[in-house]
Write a protein that binds this ligand. Structure first.
Ligand SMILES: Cc1cc2nc3c(=O)[nH]c(=O)nc-3n(C[C@H](O)[C@H](O)[C@H](O)COP(=O)(O)OP(=O)(O)OC[C@H]3O[C@@H](n4cnc5c(N)ncnc54)[C@H](O)[C@@H]3O)c2cc1C
Length: 413
């Protein structure tokens, strides 16, 4: 039986976050959008104690290592949270302190000792701490096997020496310069070996040889920190290479696969964020149209609906489909099943849906929707990123097509 009811404990746990989304994020959404590169500290300071407590809970659960048949409700909670906070404001949501993509990467590819060591700071620090993950390079985005950042072992000191450049890194400055955070950096130990040479390394904040550019100017999610990171003979301890002895000592695709596992968890979170933005746009559209006397009558036959009512209905249908696919991908993780197909599918659907819904919102609200006074133009700008990062729409469609049609990466590219 499929049960869509959200457990009461989770709903109670979401309440303080809902307050932050309503009372802090939404009222400040415009200001932090206008003043790009300013950090949304009221939001950061309000949410950090909650996030730290959540990390403490996750660390304790990981340390106990109890295996249970019960679904992992922490996974569902984090998805509900991504939706809720993105409804508040997607830009500030992305500036949220905590392990974020970096923490997800450590959880996906690290050994139990590495998880305990590297994630501890997110549970213990009084001051907010950020995690980040750096894969993209000037010549390696969708095809990340083309990456050129190198990690060479110095046998004298047993350290990895990193050289190269990463671009478009979310929370790169917050994690490496403005807090005692970590950034998980993908690099190759053997450029001739393709995917087999790629491993992920934990780079701690303030590491000599790591420099961060000023923030990049963007179309949307402007409260989010996006930077270029340069590695110039940056030295990283040997055991900062994520994974077991096999990953550390051999040319194997296990390191790359471990890092890829990060996406199985992060793509549903991106989809949830898209759904949160879509919900905000839908609500504003419905309210504004209701004030103008337009309200959907769900009992009316479709051919009797006006064009505006049909648009609204289509927006709702797209929104629901995206959310249901996101929950399906989430349910698979909660039950410990593989979700690669569902993760890409929900990301494609939610990315497409949020772009459609927010554009329609601007359209239906007329010239007012196009002004900065209305939030929907910002939602439209914030929406598009969900179609781009964590694998573009085209790349996720390729993953879906390969899985459904039974083609290999080589056969369908
Ligand atoms: C705001 C922002 C934040 C980001 N945050 C991070 C981050 O934290 N960490 C990180 O590592 N990266 C991050 N990225 C990078 C992002 O993940 C990449 O931009 C994305 O993966 C695409 O890579 P690319 O830019 O090199 O585009 P390309 O790979 O050059 O693609 C360009 C276009 O070609 C299409 N394309 C490419 N290959 C194919 C194919 N085989 N078939 C069909 N179409 C194809 C793509 O879909 C796209 O439309 C961020 C990007 C942005 C804009």
């Amino acid at each position: 039986m499929i049960n869509f009811e959200i457990p009461r404990d989770l709903l109670i746990g979401l309440e303080p976050y809902a307050h932050i989304a309503r009372a802090i994020m939404r009222p400040q959404a415009h200001d932090y959008d206008e003043q790009e590169h300013e950090r949304p500290y009221p939001f950061i300071h309000a949410i950090w104690p909650l996030e730290r407590a959540r990390h403490q809970h996750l660390q304790t659960a990981a340390a106990q290592e109890t295996t249970t048949e019960e679904p992992d409700l922490d996974v569902l909670f984090s998805i509900l949270l991504a939706e809720l906070l993105s409804w508040g404001d997607a830009g500030q949501f992305l500036a949220r302190p905590g392990g974020r993509l970096g923490g997800t990467a450590v959880a996906a590819a690290g050994t139990p000792t590495q998880k305990a060591t590297f994630l501890e700071r997110f549970a213990d620090s009084e001051a907010p701490v950020w995690g980040a993950m750096a894969i993209t390079e000037p010549d390696a985005g969708s095809d990340n096997s083309a990456m050129r950042t190198t990690a060479v072992l110095d046998p004298q000191t047993n350290e990895w020496i990193l050289n190269g450049q990463k671009i478009f890194i979310t929370s790169g400055a917050l994690s490496l310069v403005e807090s005692d955070g970590i950034c998980i950096v993908w690099a190759t130990v053997d450029p001739q070996a393709g995917r087999q040479g790629i491993k992920s390394f934990v780079v701690a904040a303030h590491t000599p040889g790591v420099s961060v550019s000023p923030g990049m100017n963007k179309l949307g999610i402007r409260a989010s920190d996006t930077v270029i990171i340069n590695f110039d003979n940056a030295r990283v301890p040997y055991d900062h290479l994520l994974g077991d002895l096999e990953v550390q000592t051999e040319n194997t695709t296990k390191g790359f696969a471990g890092a890829m596992k990060t996406f199985d968890a992060s793509r549903p979170a991106v989809a949830a964020s898209a759904v949160g933005i879509a919900r905000a746009a839908l609500e504003i559209t419905r309210e504004t149209l209701a004030e103008a006397g337009v309200e959907l009558d769900y009992n009316k036959p479709r051919h009797l609906l006006t064009a505006v009512e049909r648009d609204l209905l289509e927006m709702e249908a797209q929104y629901k489909a995206a959310w249901l696919l996101t929950l399906k991908a989430t349910a698979a993780i909660m039950h410990g099943h593989s979700n690669r197909l569902d993760a890409s599918m929900c990301k494609v659907k939610a990315g497409t849906a949020v772009v459609f819904i927010t554009q329609k919102a601007v359209e239906l609200l007329g010239p007012f929707g196009y002004t900065r006074a209305a939030l929907v133009e910002k939602l439209m700008r914030d929406a598009k990123i969900n179609d781009l990062y964590e694998g573009t729409r085209q790349i996720n469609l390729l993953i879906v097509a390969r899985a459904l049609l039974g083609y290999s990466r080589r056969e369908l590219k």
